[in-house]
Design a binder for this molecule. Structure first.
Ligand code: ATP
Ligand code: LTN
Length: 341
């Protein structure tokens, strides 16, 4: 099998301003590997509905996220980028998979437990979120699903759902595998290094670096980052050093240096101020061309919309074939001619 035959699928929610964790844990790796594989990337707007954004915000964030992804280097000639709701097979596939997924599997998901904790009422959509995600992946017979560490459990659930469907109705789906970056898979919040950096918290002062932040905002957020009371700039697994470890981790992924080289860079630093400045600098330089390209793309939204329509057409040509296969296997009769509907 040549690598181009390896199909990759991944998604990202338009649920807020994309942040450094999205970039280092997901987007950067997608772009780096895109020439080697057959790639499908999706702005999962239906998933974002589970957190009930305002309609105006959702529209705006969907386009902005697509533009950020192109600006990060996703190339329409190498990768298909599309919006989930433009390919209705995703919603339909989710229903079919709902009917083979035990509720207990969904209630066990840590993301569901975290997001529903302390809430008096949660939507069915929040519980069903991983089934929609399984549909995203399985409709394309994806081999690999590159995601950050936090999504591993959901990809594993997609495997369980695929295996159950195959057992009940005969071989239908490929079993996908999660691909987690060795480093960058878990970037932590700058205000609290025990919590994953997340776009839903991007509004909290000092929590996240947004991909589109100005250099001044980036520097300010890093200078405010929580560290500890010692002044040792070394990689460490100890909980007290989680903040410093996070900063060193970010520096290491971007500079692509080894741990020894990174520690050497800071051997003569005078304290955490120097570390924070250096990390801010590499992040600012990494994000600068992305922001420039983003601003360029947002000047002509109709071209962006056109690219997304082409992406949706490419995705549809695969997704609807698989959807028909699922329907047939489950005993649904297909219409004789779709033109008559
Ligand atoms: P939300 O706050 O809405 O849950 P998020 O910022 O956690 O959003 P997602 O849209 O859920 O981001 O995830 C998009 C991709 O980015 C996924 O592959 C996810 O694993 C990855 N990702 C998100 N946050 C981080 C992080 N802090 N470190 C590494 N990867 C991350
Ligand atoms: N749940 C994912 C987003 C997502 C996804 C997917 C990722 C939706 N569908 C399919 C990989 C494959 C998240 O990052 N929160």
């Amino acid at each position: 099998m040549t690598n181009k035959q390896i199909r990759v699928f991944s998604g990202v929610q338009p649920s807020g301003d994309p942040q450094l964790g999205n970039y280092l844990g997901a987007f950067r790796g997608w772009v780096k590997k895109q020439s080697e594989k057959d790639n499908f990337f999706c702005v999962v707007d239906l998933h974002a509905l589970t957190v009930t954004p305002s309609p105006e915000d959702l529209k705006k964030q969907t386009r902005e996220l697509a533009a950020v992804l192109f600006a990060c280097g996703l190339d329409p000639d190498q990768s298909t980028l599309f919006v989930q709701s433009h390919v209705s097979a995703h919603a339909e596939g989710c229903w079919l998979l709902n009917c083979v997924t035990p509720i207990g599997w969904l209630e066990r998901m840590t993301q569901f437990k975290d997001k529903s904790e302390g809430k008096e009422r949660v939507s069915t959509g929040l519980l069903d979120y991983p089934v929609l995600m399984a549909g995203d992946i399985l409709l394309y017979d994806a081999d690999e699903v590159p995601v950050g560490e936090d999504q591993k459990q959901h990809v594993e659930l997609s495997r369980d759902i695929a295996e159950r469907f195959n057992r009940l109705y005969g071989e239908t789906f490929k079993i996908p595998r999660p691909v987690i970056p060795e480093i960058g898979g878990r970037v932590m919040g700058l205000n609290d290094p025990n919590v994953k950096m997340s776009k839903s918290f991007a509004d909290i002062r000092g929590h996240a670096i947004r991909i589109l932040d100005t250099p001044e905002e980036i520097e300010r957020s890093f200078m405010r980052a929580v560290t500890d009371s010692s002044n040792e700039i070394v990689f460490s697994n100890s909980p007290e050093k989680a903040g410093v470890n996070n900063l060193l981790g970010i520096y290491k992924v971007i500079t692509e240096k080894s741990e020894e080289e990174v520690e050497k860079d800071f051997a003569s630093a005078r304290g955490y101020g120097d570390l924070k400045k250096a990390v801010a600098e590499v992040v600012i330089e990494e994000l600068r061309p992305i922001k420039e390209k983003y601003l360029e793309l947002m000047k002509d939204v109709s071209e962006l919309d056109r690219l997304l329509s082409v992406g949706a057409q490419q995705a549809s040509s695969i997704a609807f074939l698989k959807l028909d296969q699922m329907k047939e296997k489950m005993g649904l009769i297909l219409p004789v001619s779709k033109e008559l509907i």
